[in-house]
Write a protein that binds this ligand. Structure first.
Ligand code: GLU
Length: 500
């Protein structure tokens, strides 16, 4: 490639802007750690008045999954993580999908060969396997033995002319150290002798992750790289590539990993690795986003509930911690409950309705049921089990009537329920105040405690000891006819004399 090729690409690099990026590999899932990286990059860009770029890193063809990029676009959009440039929004330094940039990587890999910071390697699998075996036998860490770095120009030309397959390897100067500064982990120094001459361009002309990542960050004008600390160990190789090209290195901000506990990462098997797992479990995206923002970053005060806009104001690199962030379900649940409670009646009804209808097939005032549930559940997925008595009373044993604290049992219920049936049967206005008034009157007339009437009512009407709302609310959910029918059925089952 002549220098005009590079000049025309590099002339497009935006200058003087704060630019960061989210560079996921499209695996078909949005890992929670990945989403947190996207969120931090977004917050940082917003905070600094800069731009966020989305770049799809899909050079690993074997791992490519149909529809995976779309899932990334959809998830980010659903979470409100907007980017100024990316595959589906365009921008000045595209394409933003690595598999569409193949020619660029080839050209830059050759440029690095010309600069003396990379070389052609013609070693085939057999040669490499043999080297590995020798290293294993002598118990030295396996690393490519750099034999092709010593080939003469004539030898290289001859092999290329003979169409011998080759890769291009980074030539790592073996003396000295590579040093860089990370905003979170501080100064990092690595002995160059520990770094391998990694492959940067594969024999099929595709770049490796490390190479494409560096070339793209440079050509896309990325000034700040924020990503998981699993990439900290690859960063020295990236720094050497920047140096090989004579480019300034960007600022690095590595963030700690999210762990399930002190030793275990979030995992697919435990169903806690992906954003979609949490949505399926009934978590709200606002709560997930708020929670993951706090995993590895601390706002420094007592406040824990932050909207995306509030996070944008509060976010700062200084608040990012070095230590692994341990996932705490209790806190996530609490936050989720806080978001549910903060919803308007309308919003809550819209969110809760599908979960109510999952269990309740018959008629039911979902608006009223939702009003009883709000503030009671931390997770929308708890709703189906809360409303399972609405279609029909749940099968139960008679000892469910027993409640020592309320001083009642099946025998008590047998006396009380016919009285309840009688007074409720007389009511014409089926509303809360009327029912409450009648039940209070009955309690007083019978000389009992509230619980001695309300507990048997709840059991008779629902077959449960915990329900959203109390016995009177259940009467309202069920309506007069159903309430009376359930009471009559319970009375019959208890073997009580029917009400006069
Ligand atoms: N493509 C890498 C990943 O999927 C991202 C690497 C980076 O952010 O530099 O995790």
């Amino acid at each position: 490639m002549d220098s005009g090729y590079f000049e025309s690409i590099e002339s497009k690099i935006p200058r003087g802007e704060f630019r960061t990026r989210f560079a996921p590999s499209p695996t078909g899932f949005m890992h929670l750690g990945g989403l947190r990286t996207a969120l931090y990059a977004y917050l940082l860009a917003k905070k600094e008045g800069g731009k966020l770029i989305l770049r799809i890193e899909d050079t690993d063809r074997e791992r490519r999954v149909e529809g995976a990029a779309e899932l990334i676009y959809e998830t980010l959009a659903a979470c409100g993580i907007a980017y100024e440039e990316g595959p589906n929004v365009g921008g000045p330094v595209g394409p933003y999908v690595q598999s569409e940039r193949r020619e660029i990587y080839g050209a830059y890999a050759r440029r690095l060969v010309e600069n003396g910071h990379a070389y052609y390697c013609f070693c085939d699998k057999e040669v490499l396997d043999e080297q590995r075996l020798i290293h294993e036998a002598s118990r030295v860490p396996h690393r490519y033995d750099r034999r092709c770095a010593a080939l003469s120009e004539a030898e290289i030309a001859e092999k290329i002319a003979a169409k011998t397959p080759f890769v291009i390897r980074q030539k790592v100067e073996q003396n000295g150290k590579t040093v860089f500064n990370d905003a979170v982990y501080g100064r990092i120094e690595v002995e160059n002798s520990t770094l391998e001459d990694q492959v940067i361009l594969k024999s099929d002309g595709m770049p490796t992750y490390n190479f494409a990542n560096v070339v793209d960050d440079r050509l896309m004008g990325v000034t700040h790289i924020i990503r998981g600390n699993e990439f900290l160990s690859s960063t020295p190789k990236h720094v050497l590539l920047y140096e090989g090209f004579g480019w300034d290195t960007p600022k690095y901000i590595h963030v700690p990993q999210i762990m399930r506990n002190a030793t275990k990462k979030l995992s697919k098997r435990d169903g806690d690795a992906y954003f979609g797992d949490f949505i399926a479990k009934g978590y709200l995206k606002e709560a997930i986003l708020n929670y993951i923002a706090l995993l590895g970053w601390s706002p420094g005060g007592e406040e824990e509930k932050f909207s995306l806009a509030e996070l944008t104001d509060a976010f700062n690199i200084e608040g990012i911690s070095k230590s692994p962030a341990i996932f705490d379900y209790q806190k996530l649940n609490w936050l989720n409950g806080a978001y549910l409670r903060a919803m308007s009646d309308e919003e809550y009804h819209a969110a809760a309705s599908p979960h109510i209808k999952q269990t309740v097939r018959g008629d039911c005032d979902t608006r009223y049921v939702a009003s009883l549930l709000q503030g009671r559940v931390e997770l929308l997925s708890e709703i189906p089990a809360q409303v399972d008595f609405i279609d029909a009373v749940l099968p139960h044993e008679l000892d469910l009537y027993e409640n020592k604290k309320m001083k009642t049992d099946a025998a008590g219920a047998k006396k009380v329920l016919p009285e309840v049936l009688a007074v409720l049967g007389e009511i014409s206005a089926w509303d809360k105040d009327t029912i409450h008034g009648e039940i209070s009157g009955l309690v007083a007339r019978l000389g009992l405690k509230n619980g001695q009437v309300l507990w048997p009512m709840r059991v008779a009407l629902s077959g449960k000891t915990f329900t959203p709302g109390g016995s009177i609310e259940i009467c309202l959910i069920l309506g007069k006819n159903e309430t009376l029918a359930r009471l009559a059925a319970a009375i019959e089952r208890l073997g009580a004399p029917s009400a006069q």
